[in-house]
Design a protein around this ligand. Structure first.
Ligand code: AMP
Ligand code: ZN
Length: 115
């Protein structure tokens, strides 16, 4: 997608702090972190959001969660705990229309996932 911000990060057209990359997945630090650990994990393939996931993408989406597991360990939050958030669509407040999984941790997050 030519004008997608996260596709531009995948193509290295705009800078980001990448913490993980393989042939299908990239993870980078959120530019506006809300916690000491705030990483975004994305498929390189463009999906607007979860709504675009199809049967053929199951293995990619599953593998993203293995990558989340690995990053959580590397970032030191696997034992203390962390939250994985995926906004999807208008009411969720999704700002960047390229599927992404927030890994948020490094502090006590409280028990509310919405306001
Ligand atoms: P969402 O509201 O779920 O769509 O989250 C979008 C996230 O992308 C926000 O947490 C932003 O801070 C983050 N973000 C926006 N632009 C960039 C960028 N250039 N590099 C890293 N993170 C970004
Ligand atoms: Zn994209």
């Amino acid at each position: 997608m030519d004008n997608c911000l996260f596709c531009k990060i995948v193509r290295k057209e705009i800078p980001s702090t990448i913490v993980y990359e393989d042939e299908e997945i990239v993870a980078f630090k959120d530019i506006n972190p809300i916690a000491p650990v705030h990483i975004l994990v994305i498929p390189k393939k463009h999906f607007d959001s979860i709504k675009d996931i199809k049967e053929e993408d199951i293995s990619l989406i599953g593998r993203i969660h293995l990558v989340i597991n690995k990053i959580a360990k590397e970032q030191g939050v696997a034992e203390s705990g962390y939250r994985v958030v995926t906004n999807s669509g208008r009411d969720s407040g999704q700002e960047v229309m390229h599927l992404h999984f927030h890994i948020i941790g490094g502090k006590v997050l409280g028990n509310k996932i919405c306001q």
